[in-house]
Design a protein around this ligand. Structure first.
Ligand SMILES: N[C@@H](CCC(=O)N[C@@H](CS)C(=O)NCC(=O)O)C(=O)O
Length: 212
């Protein structure tokens, strides 16, 4: 098994942290970022979706999309379950993971991709043609991330982990969002004490440290 990786990228970290929580040794990681934070042409030729992460099985099957990769790994390595053990848990984990991604990670990506000078013509990932930055999306991204923190604060005020009593992939995505927000100079808001309690606990997990 091999994973095509960009060490900085939050979506790649989601997969690395997932594997580390499963106590799996990370497989071969091929770093596919070249000059100017651009994917190497050889990788784009191989994977025209032009995004990471991508997992390649020993049989040569290629799976993109972080959660699709995690789903595959969960089936092959079921213990410990990170996507829910019961039907209800599975539904709740998927709901919270999706919210963390849509509302948190995409909000941060709006800020990052529409401000960083290396992404001037790369407002969206995965496009082989230029996509200009849109400055108005920066304020929209900030609003999205603010609402993400507020929503997750309400959840974490009465739930130990994001999707309930058990650590799950929803916590992994939420941690990756939190650190991506920090990279964009967006801290956990001071009126989110439950989120800060959760972050302090999850960020010291060995998987969180080793996946950085
Ligand atoms: N929906 C995809 C998103 C993947 C994605 O956006 N990957 C970014 C890195 S975090 C990427 O490949 N960027 C390449 C680029 O900017 O050229 C997933 O969940 O895996």
């Amino acid at each position: 098994m091999k994973i095509y990786n960009w060490q900085f990228a939050p979506n790649c970290r989601r997969v690395r942290m997932f594997m580390l929580e499963k106590q799996l040794d990370l497989p071969a990681l091929e770093e596919v970022i070249g000059d100017g934070f651009r994917l190497r042409p050889a990788y784009v030729d191989k994977w025209p979706h032009a995004m990471v992460p991508m997992l390649e099985t020993d049989e040569g099957v290629r799976i993109g999309e972080a959660m699709a990769i995690c789903r595959y790994l969960e089936d092959v390595y079921p213990e410990p379950p990170l996507m829910g053990a019961t039907a209800v848990e599975k539904g709740l984990v998927e709901m919270w993971e999706r919210r963390a991604y849509d509302e948190g990670l995409i909000g941060c990506a709006e800020v990052f991709r529409n401000t960083h000078p290396a992404f001037v013509d790369r407002g969206l990932p995965g496009s082989l043609e230029p996509v200009p930055q849109i400055p108005d999306l920066v304020a929209r991204g900030h609003g999205r991330v603010r609402r993400f923190f507020q929503k997750f604060e309400q959840q974490l005020a009465h739930s130990h982990f994001v999707a309930g009593d058990r650590f799950s992939v929803a916590d992994i995505t939420t941690l990756c969002v939190s650190d991506f927000a920090k990279f964009n100079q967006i801290d956990i808001p001071t009126d989110c004490p439950a989120f800060a309690r959760w972050y302090a606990e999850v960020t010291i997990r060995p998987s969180a440290q080793a996946s950085r």
